[in-house]
Design a protein around this ligand. Structure first.
Ligand SMILES: [Zn+2]
Length: 476
């Protein structure tokens, strides 16, 4: 890792100073771009963040300078779940409206990834020639991103306890996000999920009223909070929140029994929601009917959020509905493949809230009864896998006919499934052998859901690419 260099500290005339600043910017851009080209040649994962490291070491203000080049401005998107899909939705909408977009790739959602994305589109003079920046940013990096990028709109989708956050760091992150949003000028809009108690807490503390969005259809609500729900208590008095509806994880319609905290009334809502497995859903969003080729209630949130941002940026609702009819999900988020006559459905499920939703969608809506569940414990997955005890695998009981525990922590998963009373195949840590086992246990025409943590998804996908059933991600 390169150290951060201090700016040269000597008295300079104003024009000299701005010239020095411009030279530093150009040098940073060139060095970053050279690094990116080199890492693509050596095929080190598509070269997503290293150029950002290098450029920031040369000019710590490089992202602020590049963001200032954008003709329209930036949008910053965060949330434990859904930020990649939502960023894709928004980029797709803006591109269709004729704008040139800069956006960071999936998995590169730290400040270095955003910097690398901006560098990629910058010319040799150092100028970033684009209209909008759409940056997906990790929750912990959001305060820094807001300060550096100075976005026109900041979207917070949800704040679930992640596998990386077992010890309440999210509370302090929420506070820092609130402070960063409070520093934004009045013409910048915070677009927040009213259904998430943690996000609501952030928004209610802001000096300027945010734009709230939320679901408004109790027909798709669950009856009770899943085990993974982690924001059950009132941030004001600590009492247990009362949920009148539960949508995804701890997102729903809630209030404190002591009347000091309740879900803010959303301005932009999704109603008449009709879910059709992993394939599609339709809903009336802000009065406009949308029919979207994405499945699951979590994707209703993503589309609703993207709609709220698009409206804020001035896009027409009819255009949004028309454009999103043929949207395609990001790689690995939700992908379908054919594999020896089996229909494989690859879904990223990286934490308890995400896992519970994909399980629910697979079982109740997609009629799936074959599963390959892959759990890894590398850095990007979270090295502590005890979060699997917060996933309601009990839902599989009596419904799943085939369950293959996979990933390098397949054995831990097998133990969890045993306690859930779910019969499973022997654990298989090798991705190729796990796929072979799945094929052996299923029949032609069967649908199998592959639910995987982040690096387990990369491993399985690499195996599928090797066998010629999927494309490498930098080519999709
Ligand atoms: Zn309270």
């Amino acid at each position: 890792m390169l150290g951060r260099r201090r700016p040269i500290n000597r008295p300079l005339g104003l024009s000299t100073m701005s010239r020095t600043s411009a030279i530093r910017k150009t040098a940073a851009v060139l060095a970053g771009k050279a690094t990116g080209a080199l890492s693509r040649i050596t095929r080190r994962g598509g070269g997503t963040t290293l150029p950002g490291d290098v450029a920031r070491a040369i000019d710590p203000n490089i992202l602020t300078k590049l963001a200032a080049d954008l003709t329209k401005g930036s949008v910053v998107i965060t949330g434990t779940n859904g930020k990649t899909t939502t960023s894709r939705l928004l980029s797709y909408l803006l591109e269709g409206a004729g704008y040139k977009i800069v956006s960071n790739r999936a998995g590169a959602n730290l400040i270095f990834g955003a910097t690398a994305a901006a560098l990629n589109e910058a010319g040799p003079s150092g100028l970033l020639k684009a209209d909008w920046g759409v940056f997906e940013i990790d929750e912990a990096s959001l305060p820094k991103a807001i300060d550096e990028i100075k976005p026109k709109a900041t979207l917070v989708l949800n704040l679930f306890r992640d596998q990386l956050d077992r010890y309440g760091e999210l509370e302090s992150i929420a506070k820092k996000i609130e402070q960063a949003l409070s520093r934004m000028p009045a013409n910048s809009t915070a677009i927040l999920n009213a259904d998430d108690p943690r996000v609501a807490e952030i928004g209610l503390g802001l000096p300027t009223k945010p734009l709230w969005f939320g679901l408004d259809d109790t027909s798709v609500a669950a009856k009770e909070l899943p085990h993974a729900a982690d924001a059950r208590t009132c941030p004001k008095c600590g009492a247990s929140l009362i949920f009148d509806a539960v949508y995804v994880g701890h997102d729903g319609v809630y209030r404190c029994p002591n009347n000091d905290f309740e879900r803010p009334r959303p301005t932009i809502t999704a109603r008449n929601i009709k879910l059709d497995g992993f394939d599609r859903f339709s809903a009336t969003i802000d009065g406009t009917h949308l029919d979207i080729p994405l499945g699951g209630l979590y994707n209703t949130y993503n589309v609703l959020a993207a709609f709220a941002v698009a409206k804020t940026l001035g896009l027409d609702a009819t255009y949004v509905a028309e454009r999103l009819k043929d949207f395609r999900a990001a790689f690995g988020r939700q992908e379908r493949m054919e594999f020896r006559g089996r229909h494989l459905n690859l879904v990223l499920s990286k934490n308890p809230a995400g896992f519970n939703e994909t399980l629910r969608t697979a079982i109740d809506l997609a009629k799936g009864n074959s599963f390959l569940i892959a759990l890894n414990d590398r850095k990007a997955d979270g090295t502590d896998v005890s979060w699997i005890w917060d996933v309601d695998f009990e839902h599989l009981k009596g419904k799943a006919t085939v369950v293959v525990p996979a990933g390098n922590r397949a054995h831990d998963l097998a133990v969890r499934l045993k306690y859930a009373g779910v019969p499973a195949a022997p654990p298989e840590t090798d991705p190729g052998k796990a796929l072979d086992l799945l094929v052996k246990l299923t029949n032609e025409g069967d649908t199998a859901h592959l639910l995987c943590t982040y690096t387990a998804m990369l491993d399985l996908r690499a195996e599928l690419v090797r066998r010629g059933w999927a494309k490498p991600y930098w080519e999709t």
